[in-house]
Design a binder for this molecule. Structure first.
Ligand SMILES: [Zn+2]
Length: 75
């Protein structure tokens, strides 16, 4: 997926964004979208990205476009 977004002033790919949330390398990005929520820290725009850190895991992650805040939801 070649969907680039600006995060904290830098242009990043969906893959790079997922790696920022995971703080590690990931296998594959499934989808990226604008999340229907605001950053709890700064009120900025939040991106939602679904990714696979490994073959057996599918994780939904959120990352603020303006600050360091991120969150993930793994089953
Ligand atoms: Zn923020």
């Amino acid at each position: 997926m070649s969907d680039n977004r600006v995060v904290q002033g830098r242009m990043v790919t969906a893959q790079k964004l997922a790696e920022m949330i995971e703080d590690d390398s990931i296998m594959e990005v499934d989808s990226i979208a604008e999340a229907d929520r605001e950053c709890p820290d700064c009120g900025g725009n939040v991106l939602e990205v679904t990714y696979m850190p490994s073959v057996t895991e599918l994780v939904t992650g959120w990352k603020c476009q303006d600050c360091d805040w991120s969150e993930d939801d793994r089953d």
